[in-house]
Structure formats: C-alpha cells, structure tokens
Design a protein around this ligand. Structure first.
Ligand code: SF4
Length: 456
C-alpha cells in the first residue's frame, strides 16, 4: 500500500471514514470480484460486520454504505438525493445491481448481519462478504478490514501492508527521518512531501488535487454555515453552525473588540464541517470523517486571519498535515476502533498544529514540536459516541481540537524547537495507550458518554 498524503485526504460522504467510507470501499472491492464470476454463480450476497462495525455500524451509516458499495456507485459524483434513491430502491426491491452489473438478491434484514459480540482477528473493524449461487452454494468469500481514514485492507493483509511501497526520494517512517531529510536538504516538510509525491504524479496534478481537496473543505464549511435543522439518527442534535455564523456576522463591532472572537470563528468552521459530516454530506477525511473538522478549521483560520496567507501556503499546509497523518497511520493508528479518539481527533489536532506552524514560517524543529504538543495533550482520549452517532462528543470535540492545534502551534513557535519528548515517542505512547485502553472506549458505545446519557 502506498504512503501518499492522498490516502489521508479522501473525498467522500459522512459520517464515518472507518464505518462508512471503508465499508463502502470494501463492498465495492468485493463487487468487482463478484462480477468476474459467471452470473449464475452469484444470485445473492451476505455481508457480516464484526467488532466495532457490528456494535455501532447502524449509527454510523454502515448499512447504507454497504448497499452503495455493492452497487459500486461513484460517491464523488453523486448528490445526497441520488444516494438516498439508490439505497431506498435496493431496500424496497430487496435486490441490487452488483458492481453495476446484474441483479442479485440482498434482503437487508436477512443478509446484512451486525455481529455485536464477535470480532475478527486482525482489527476491530472486520467485514466478511459471501456470494451464493442459484443453488445456494457459496461461490466467493472475502474478508476485509477498515483500518481508519477509509483505508481498507484484505483479510490476507496486515498492518505491514501500510509500509511505503513507493520508491520515494525521501522515504520516512518516523519524525526523526523527516527531520534528518529536512536538515540535510535544508528544506521544509512540505517540500519533502512534494518531492515524494512527484514519483507518482506531476507537480501540477499534485497541486490541482490538493486544491480540489481544499475546495471541498471550503464548500463543506459554507454549506454547514447555511444548513439548519436537526441532525439525523434520533439523537435530536440541533445544528449550531448556522446560528453561530449569523451571530458573528451580526455583531462585527463587538467581534472586533473581543480579542478571543477568532476562537468563535475557528469553532464555527469545525462545527460546520462536522455537522455536515453527521448529516452524511460530502466531506474530506483529515485523517478521518469523525475528525474531519479540525484541519479545515485551522486552514480557514490561516486563510482568513493570517495576513501572510497565500494559495501556496494552503498547499504547504495540506502537505505538512498529510505527512503527520502518515506518521500516525504507519506507527500507531488513525482508527477510533483501534486506539480511541486520540487516533482521530488527536491525530487531526497534531496534523493541523504542525501544518500551521510550517505555513507561518516555523522551523522543522518547531513543526515537529507543535505536532508533539498537540498529540501529547490528546493522549488517552476515548471514543464513546452517544448512540453510536458521530455527533456527541465528536462535533464539539473537533472545535476543541482545532483550538488546541492553534495553541500547540503558538507554544511551539514561541520556543526554539528544542524539547524533551519527541514526536516519535508520543506516537509510540499513543499506540501503547490505545492498546491498553478498554474496548469500551474504542468506538463500541459500551462505555463513557455513550452509557452516561439518560433518555437520549
Ligand atoms: S469520539 Fe472521536 S473517534 Fe469516536 S466517533 Fe467521535 S470523533 Fe470518531
């Protein structure tokens, strides 16, 4: 598997990268295998979800994702209304066009099984897809794992498949590698990333793709500031971004006299993105859907509040943040089901802190320090979504993560980059803390806030 920053930023739909986008991708991979078989070898499909997917998949929209993925629908080109139409048609007819080819039977109540008490061996987010012929004989079985950020590996794969298989000019598997390359080359982290990415695509394509990502992030903030109402799922969470946006617009003078009003804007950007995510709208993983608000919020802060901001700075921001995301993915995890929310909001916070520091002119040592500070103070953060929905605590937590990223960056920029605990040490600590964490706090909704909210 490649280690491209474009694995960290995926354009898709909410509410969850590991529980929505990953399963959709797995279902699509399975469907593509199915259509290699003869049509009479596949008359029906069964999908089994294990571990965290079995426990919280319904709240995370895994059921809809599976239905869309089995049809191999191109989610990037679909609006939310079309998505709903495809899902509803499959549910009503109890069949769907597998891989966009022939119709197979798929009765959700029978063929989509949420195992609440079974876990597959390699990762908490396991899936098994089975195809059956007309006679009912099993014709194909595939197992996949959704390991975070929408990334899927097959059952034969393991974490080692995340190692870099691109012949990069500046390979890195640790922050120490990054620092060494940057010092030797006298260059920045974003420049290092750019040179690595140029192995697989030209510079123009890299810049265009990053701008596409930034455009989707901006659309997401704009839409989130406009769309009012209650978020889906039954928790009756009111969208807050539109009212906050109107309040900030209505009182510009008061805003000017309040030096902390910038924090309201940063919170607004994060809330807007996360409410869009919770509503199943278009989103960019950064590095996951649940934590998708932090990188755009801090990037909006950079473009709206920092006088030195440029388009080039936006690209450098995304490249630096992407490099940090890769470090966490490779050396720990970006999956709440594996290490708790420290792997989602914690990682996004660290990515944003590092990226802001680089774009504001920090040294590579300060960038590494900012990433380290941000994660250090997210260690142990649990994942306990109420009702299995990516709403409480997720939405506000992104606003808090964005503010924390600003603070981490400012603390690092006030220093000289020298510090006791390295980013690599914090990443290793995060991995071990995640391993020690009770399963109750790893996206199972069996502990924490998820069981503390009465009458939700
Ligand atoms: S609590 Fe954190 S890790 Fe868990 S679903 Fe929410 S954002 Fe994701």
């Amino acid at each position: 598997m490649s280690s491209s920053i474009f694995d960290i930023y995926t354009i898709g739909i909410g509410p969850s990268s590991s529980h929505t986008m990953g399963p959709m991708r797995a279902a699509s991979l399975f469907a593509q295998k199915v259509i290699q078989l003869a049509p009479d070898a596949v008359a029906s499909i069964r999908v089994e979800l294990f571990g965290s997917l079995g426990l919280t998949g319904k709240g995370h929209g895994t059921d809809k994702a599976i239905i869309l993925g089995l049809q191999s629908r191109n989610i990037k080109q679909l609006g939310t209304r079309e998505i709903a139409q495809y899902v509803n048609a499959a549910r009503k007819d109890r069949q769907l066009p597998i891989g966009g080819a022939w119709l197979v039977s798929f009765d959700e109540s029978r063929d989509l099984i949420f195992h609440r008490d079974r876990v597959m061996p390699l990762h908490p987010n396991g899936m098994r897809f089975s195809a059956f012929g007309i006679s009912g004989k099993e014709s194909l079985v595939c197992e996949y794992y959704s390991i975070g950020g929408g990334v899927v590996v097959s059952g034969e794969a393991s974490k080692t498949d995340l190692k870099d298989d691109i012949d990069s000019p500046f390979p890195f598997s640790s922050a120490a590698d990054i620092l060494r390359h940057c010092r030797r080359q006298r260059t920045s982290i974003s420049q290092l990333v750019l040179e690595n990415e140029k192995v697989t695509r030209c510079e123009t394509a890299i810049r265009d793709q990053l701008m596409d990502i930034w455009n989707v992030m901006q659309d997401c903030v704009q839409n989130g500031c406009r769309r009012e109402g209650i978020l889906p799922g039954g928790l009756n969470v009111q969208r807050r971004a539109p009212l906050l946006y109107q309040t900030l617009l209505r009182s510009p003078e008061r805003t000017l006299s309040d030096p902390l009003s910038v924090l309201d804007w940063v919170s607004l950007y994060a809330l807007a993105v996360c409410e869009e995510n919770a509503a199943g709208e278009r989103i960019v993983t950064a590095p996951t859907n649940g934590a998708a608000g932090i990188v755009p919020a801090v990037l909006h802060y950079y473009t709206r509040f920092c006088p030195s901001a440029t388009d080039d700075g936006v690209l450098r921001f995304l490249m630096t943040a992407g490099a940090m995301g890769l470090l966490f993915r490779q050396n720990a995890s970006i999956s709440g089901a594996e290490v708790g929310c420290q792997g989602e909001v914690g990682v996004a916070c660290s990515m944003a802190a590092a990226a802001l520091t680089e774009t504001l002119g920090g040294t590579v040592e300060q960038v590494e320090n900012a990433a380290e500070i941000a994660m250090e103070h997210n260690l142990g953060l649990t994942c306990d979504p109420v009702m299995g929905l990516v709403q409480i605590p997720c939405i506000e937590r992104n606003a808090m993560g964005a503010i924390k990223a600003l603070s981490a960056s400012r603390i690092a920029m006030r220093g000289d980059g020298l510090h006791r605990i390295s980013l690599d040490a914090v990443i290793a600590t995060m991995r071990r803390t995640g391993a020690d964490m009770s399963q109750k706090y790893k996206e199972t909704s069996l502990g924490g806030l998820a069981v503390s909210v009465a009458d939700c």
